[in-house]
Design a binder for this molecule. Structure first.
Ligand SMILES: Cc1ncc(C[n+]2csc(CCOP(=O)(O)OP(=O)(O)O)c2C)c(N)n1
Ligand SMILES: [Mg+2]
Length: 408
């Protein structure tokens, strides 16, 4: 393992839930070896996201920086990560090695061929590596990863800080982060909220959050919240779901009311199966198919089922809605916020195509991006950035040049 790291120029840790409570030690190792850390979606929160070397989550829901750094990596060290998308997401170039550290030998090579398998508990592996490795003083790839991620955070923070009318998802998450306590449990449903949660929800060491990851079962949000509240009656519990998912299980609000479960339910109504719309943008089809949802007064529906509710259409209405929610929860009752949000697609990191060849990168807007032609014709990276109001984002080449990253 140490030899592989010694010979690598662009090593990255891909860390899953197996790291458990050993996040701080992993940060220490990352600092010592100058290896950036990418998390699987489900491991979000297990290492401090404020750490500069934490560059986010890879895949469609993740950050530009994590996706780009995976694209150019020459050594991926997966630690306690049962990552089913490895074959789709790991680099397109063939010139990289893959190491898997897992306590379960049945995981080896399950999703990706292996150069090396290390049968070990993640914590013990990290401790041994800390023991036996020698400090690396500088690594251009690490510096580029940190800078690329800071640039991404600049964009994320801009969208988080501004006000919106009609309401946008980042402000909703801003409010949720303000209301949440250090041990809040969030039950997330499947859809655009998966992207927004991974990008905007703050998760501390005592928080818990859950989603139906592998099967992506829509409608799991409210049942998950009910299970959380029954198991942790003293903790604040929140469910977040889209209008599609909510309409599949909304009758479960009756259960929340019947058993007096003070749960905060948030419905993001955008009148569309948004996550699927984003996919159909990038599929060569004549037009969208089967994604429209009728507008409905979900607050009224909630009240009909016995759960007090309110509707929000712009960010300035969020504090008032939260005040009502807190009052209901304090009185031991569930509450629902119907947040009518825009149906804009979140910044599509999946549209960024990076190829490595002969020590150089070629980056472009993916040829499948927007083949449905339902959006403006976007051909270049600056056009893509501008379309998503992300003008501050810089192409990967900028960071490669600035930090002299050797791609050979
Ligand atoms: C039971 C089930 N059916 C279909 C899907 C495929 N699917 C994933 S996300 C999604 C759309 C979710 O729409 P909505 O709940 O309105 O959330 P949005 O993406 O609009 O925020 C669909 C249909 C699924 N994951 N589970
Ligand atoms: Mg929707």
């Amino acid at each position: 393992m140490l030899d592989l790291i010694k010979n690598a120029k662009r090593p990255v840790f891909h860390v899953g839930k197996g790291i458990k409570d050993h996040g701080d030690q992993l940060i220490e190792l990352s600092k010592k070896l100058k290896i950036p850390v990418i998390m699987t979606g489900l491991a979000k929160g297990l290492i401090d996201e404020e750490y500069e070397g934490h560059i986010g989550v890879v895949n469609r829901a993740g950050s530009k920086s994590a996706n780009e750094m995976i694209d150019i990596s020459d050594l991926i060290i997966a630690i306690g990560a049962d990552f089913p998308f490895a074959n789709n997401v790991y680099p397109r170039h063939k010139n990289y090695k893959f190491v898997q550290v897992d306590h379960d030998e049945a995981e080896f090579g399950r999703h990706h061929y292996l150069d090396l398998g290390i049968w070990s508990d993640a914590s013990q592996f990290v401790d041994k590596m800390l023991d036996r490795s020698t400090e690396v003083s500088d690594r251009p790839y690490y510096n580029a990863a940190v800078a690329d991620n800071n640039n991404w955070k600049e964009y994320i923070n801009k969208t988080y800080d501004r006000e919106s009318d009609p309401l946008e998802a980042p402000q909703l998450y801003r409010t949720l982060n303000q209301v949440a306590t250090p041990d809040t449990i969030v039950s997330l449903d499947v859809g655009d909220n998966t992207i927004n949660t991974l990008r905007y929800l703050k998760v501390g060491p005592k928080n818990k959050w859950t989603v139906s990851a592998l099967f992506a079962t829509m409608g799991s949000g409210i049942p998950g919240a009910i299970a959380a509240k029954l198991n942790y009656p003293d903790r604040q519990v929140v469910s977040i779901q889209g209008d599609g998912a909510f309409s599949m299980v909304m009758q479960d609000l009756i259960t929340e009311k019947k058993y007096k479960l003070p749960i905060l339910n948030i419905v993001t109504s955008n009148c569309v199966l948004g996550f699927i719309k984003g996919e159909q943008d990038d599929v060569d089809m004549k037009d969208y198919s089967g994604i429209d949802l009728e507008d409905a007064d979900w607050a009224k529906a909630s009240e009909g089922l016995g759960v007090e509710a309110t509707t929000v259409t712009k960010s300035s209405e969020l504090p008032g809605a939260v005040e009502k929610a807190v009052a209901a929860l304090s009185a031991g009752k569930p509450f629902l916020i119907n947040a009518k949000i825009t149906n804009k697609r979140a910044f599509p990191v999946e549209a960024l195509k990076v190829e490595v060849e002969d020590g150089k990168i070629k980056e472009s807007v993916s040829p499948v991006y927007n083949v449905n032609h339902s959006r403006p014709d976007i051909k270049t990276l600056p056009e893509l950035f501008a379309h998503y109001d992300a003008q501050e984002l810089k192409p990967l080449q900028y960071f490669i040049d600035k930090y002299n990253v050797d791609l050979n």
